[in-house]
Write a protein of this length. Structure first.
Length: 348
């Protein structure tokens, strides 16, 4: 089993026109990127649990993006409906409670219907925890309740700057609205994702939030020195709170600045971030996978060994080659996320 804590499936389907239900090999070339993620690829690669995002793209990123909270909410609804269609067709299942995690005795696989053959797997539907990346779609407590009831269990306040917080490339603190939102998220037992938070907002979140903390797709700033990555102190703080950090596979976030643009990414670039964090923390219990493989990147931006997400098992081989034990590999590929969610998702 493999767990991937960050995939933008609905964003690719709704806003980029990819047919994510098809294998990556059957999907069109979009924005000069070769697809790496399709639902059949996930099942083929035994990726049994993902964090499936609702990523509302702001206008400052692409012209298809939102300009205000109402437009962000509309984008979020469209992406939620895409997931709900996948659930209706037996391709996915939202994990809302710890008893629904794969391997739990509380979960019984639901057979896929005949009309969903393209992504059918004998194991049943893909398990997915719904994660909202960027909180501009959450205009008030009623919106939080609506998305929570629909399955949302993780929220990252920022991508770039939002109404709630400073974010990547746009430093700043939590806003008054953001502070209030943090309290509401805690009331609903929603996990806080710190990936993309500006550093000032990160530390304020940790001081204010009572709920669990993760970084679904972030790397080590000591190796890639930008504000998109986590400093040593941030890494240690997440681990101290019992959180987990998913390593992002985007070559720009894995390669040393002196190497980026001069060669292709290698599996060892990814492993070095994992090793650095494990050494810093002092164990392998807080590092895992959050590939972001479909987050506006393609096969051109990841190690050639990973033709599609079905090849994630090769990360285990690279970890073993770097000296990690079989037990450590299992923790990083699956158990760290599974143990974290088993301890933080609602019991019912």
């Amino acid at each position: 089993m493999i767990v991937d804590a960050h995939l933008d499936l609905a964003y690719n389907a709704v806003l980029r026109g990819r047919d994510v239900r098809q294998p990556a090999a059957n999907q069109p070339f979009v924005d000069n990127e070769t697809a790496t993620v399709g639902l059949p690829d996930l099942r083929k690669g035994k990726v049994d649990l993902i964090c499936a995002t609702i990523f509302c793209s702001p206008f400052s990123y692409k012209e298809i993006g939102y300009r205000n909270g109402d437009e962000a909410y509309a984008q979020a609804i469209d992406q939620l409906k895409w997931y709900q269609d996948c659930i209706r067709d037996g391709l996915m299942k939202f994990v809302k409670t710890r008893g629904e995690l794969p391997g739990s005795t509380g979960y019984q696989p639901v057979p896929s219907p005949a009309h969903a053959q393209v992504a059918r797997a004998t194991e049943g539907p893909l398990h997915a925890i719904l994660l909202m990346e960027g909180a501009d779609a959450l205009r008030n407590e009623a919106d939080v309740k609506f998305f929570h009831d629909a399955g949302m269990r993780i929220v990252g306040l920022a991508w770039k700057k939002t109404r709630a917080a400073g974010g990547t490339g746009q430093p700043g603190p939590l806003s008054d609205e953001g502070r209030q939102l943090v309290k509401i998220l805690d009331q609903y037992q929603i996990i806080h994702d710190t990936s993309h938070l500006a550093e000032e907002a990160f530390w304020q979140l940790l001081d204010l939030a009572t709920g669990p903390i993760i970084a679904s797709h972030s790397n080590a700033r000591a190796l890639v020195p930008t504000d998109r990555q986590l400093s040593d102190d941030m890494i240690k703080a997440i681990a101290k709170r019992g959180g987990v950090i998913g390593i992002n596979f985007y070559d720009k976030f894995t390669m040393l600045p002196k190497d980026y643009g001069t060669r292709k990414a290698k599996m060892n670039d990814i492993v070095q971030h994992m090793k650095y964090m494990c050494d810093l923390i002092g164990n392998t219990n807080h590092v895992a996978i959050g590939t972001d493989l479909d987050g506006g990147i393609g096969r051109e931006n990841i190690p050639p060994d990973l033709e599609t997400i079905a090849d994630l098992h090769k990360v285990g081989d690279a970890l073993r080659h770097a000296g990690f034990s079989d037990a450590d590999v299992k923790r990083i590929l699956s158990d760290n996320w599974l143990n974290f969610f088993a301890g933080t998702l609602p019991s019912s």
